[in-house]
Ligand binder design. Structure first.
Ligand code: F6P
Length: 479
């Protein structure tokens, strides 16, 4: 087994800190496939995770441990060190809020309302400078912490420039980059200023291996390389020759971590939520969705589809409840604040139209409560996942694996998860509200045996590549 040092870099790290009333620092382990994926590697390998300090408490922690020796008593990732970078606030805002979240995210998820946006002016060029500095701060921290021939696993669009920055100074490093988002097709990627698009592509091609969640996103990246860098792509091997090196592009379809989720979902706080939710919804059938308040998740059209179902099929009124749980997200971006308000407005309209003295048709909560989400996964009869575009959508894989009695899955064709789950879900065009309403009805009326059988097959596909194997696959591509 390759025991060379492992460096990981991502904007959001594996833990976040909070400061207690007595000034003590406490931390919370983050979710996500990467944290789980690393767990077995970090037990046996010298591992350093470099991330950004995202809150005041993170910055306090970072100041106490500049070399990445944060006190993480009880943390279950072996002896892994975590180094949080205290990026200057203006640089961080330019890089994370403006370039990463308001531009690159919008491009890859094709979210622009194009008559008005995007507009790449002088202000954007200044923000791009900030994005470069932020990437350079990560590269510097990785270089400071790295041994000869270390393996570096760089994550996501935030850090697209890092692989090339590392390669230029340390050709001995073995570098992987993984995209957790979709990748835009050339027709959309081409909206970016030419020099910016090229810098992003060339930045990523500094890596030895580029990973994507779906063949669709990997192909889009390769097509962008052909179009904007005029390089030759070997489509049979899925490689690009660039700067005298061969860069491999791979697809690693992250699956659910069913064992650890099931353990977590059996805990007392989840049971309490299950009882409380059941009391609230009575014996109605449940349509469940759990997302961040994220534009690409298409929450509003999902609720409109539910409204259409109740209007067109009044026999379902009083017999079904829609639980829509959303974690607050990216409140610094105006579009996200407006979207969250819109989501809440539409939820209110639906309740005003249909609620009766003893039935609330829609329960929408915008708060961060993981145990409540797990309880909802267990109880769901129907799971609604209808993103406009989504790298994978792990909820589509995790919720069926936790289902108490088998759930039916209504799934957007535009989620990466549709590659693996398409056959046993009811696929929808995310823009088609009427089709989504019909899919919800079909899911609610699906015979019980069929629903359970389909759910079993969904779980099999959803757990085919659990996080540890998903991450190991990427590391072995670096040999
Ligand atoms: O999955 C893509 C991603 O951008 C992750 O990198 C990120 O942690 C997650 O979405 C949530 O976004 P944010 O970190 O901006 O809250």
């Amino acid at each position: 087994m390759d025991k060379a040092q492992l460096l990981v870099a991502s904007n959001r790290g594996p833990v976040s800190f909070s400061i207690g009333e007595d000034g003590s620092l406490d931390y919370r382990r983050g979710g996500g496939g990467l944290v789980s994926g690393l767990s077995s590697v970090a037990e046996t390998t010298d591992t350093l995770w470099v991330c950004a300090a995202l809150t005041e408490a993170d910055r306090t922690a970072a100041a106490r441990a500049p070399e990445g020796r944060l006190d993480l008593a009880g943390f279950d990732l072996g002896s892994m060190r975590v180094r949080m970078l205290d990026i200057p606030p203006d640089t961080f805002t330019d890089a994370y809020t403006r370039v990463a979240n308001s531009t690159l995210w919008f491009v890859h998820h094709m979210l622009y309302d194009t008559p008005n946006k995007p507009r790449f002016d002088a202000a954007f060029r200044t923000q791009w400078e900030g994005f470069r500095s932020y990437n350079a701060a990560f590269a510097e921290a990785l270089l400071t912490g790295s041994a000869d021939n270390a393996r570096v696993a760089v994550q996501d669009y935030h850090l697209a420039l890092v692989p090339r920055m590392l390669r230029q100074r340390r050709p001995d490093l073995r570098i992987a980059h993984f995209s957790h988002t979709p990748w835009a097709p050339p027709e959309y990627f081409g909206m970016l200023p030419g020099e910016v698009g090229r810098e992003l592509l060339e930045g990523m091609l500094g890596a030895d291996h580029l990973g994507f969640l779906s063949r669709r996103w990997a192909d889009a990246f390769l097509r962008c390389c052909e179009t904007f860098l005029r390089v030759d792509v070997d489509w049979s091997r899925r490689t690009v020759e660039f700067g005298g090196r061969v860069v491999h592009v791979g697809v690693h379809a992250l699956g659910a971590d069913a064992d650890s989720l099931r353990r977590r979902a059996a805990a007392a706080d989840v049971e309490e939520w299950r009882t409380a939710l059941r009391e609230r919804v009575g014996d109605t059938r449940l349509i469940v969705r759990v997302d961040r308040t994220e534009l690409s998740k298409n929450i509003v059209r999902g609720m409109e589809a539910y409204r259409e179902l109740l209007r067109e099929h009044p026999e379902w009124q009083g017999r079904v409840t829609h639980l829509a749980f959303a974690y607050p997200s990216r409140g610094d971006v105006p579009e996200y604040r407006e979207y969250t308000e819109q989501v809440q407005r539409v939820a209110k309209e639906i309740n005003q139209e249909f609620a009766t003295a003893d039935w609330s048709p829609l329960i929408m909560e915008v708060t961060d409560d993981f145990p409540r989400s797990l309880a909802a996964y267990r109880m769901a009869d129907v799971l609604l996942i209808n993103p406009i575009r989504d790298g994978m959508n792990l909820v589509a894989k995790e919720a069926p694996a936790l289902s108490d009695d088998g759930c039916a899955l209504v799934l957007s064709t535009e989620a990466g998860a549709a590659d693996e789950l398409g056959t046993d879900s009811i696929l929808v065009n995310p823009y088609d509200v009427t089709q989504t309403a019909a899919a919800l009805r079909k899911a609610l009326e699906m015979p019980e045996d069929e629903r359970r059988e389909r759910c079993e097959r969904l779980v099999e596909s959803a757990t085919a590549l659990p996080p540890k194997r998903w991450f190991a696959e990427q590391l072995s591509a670096l040999k």
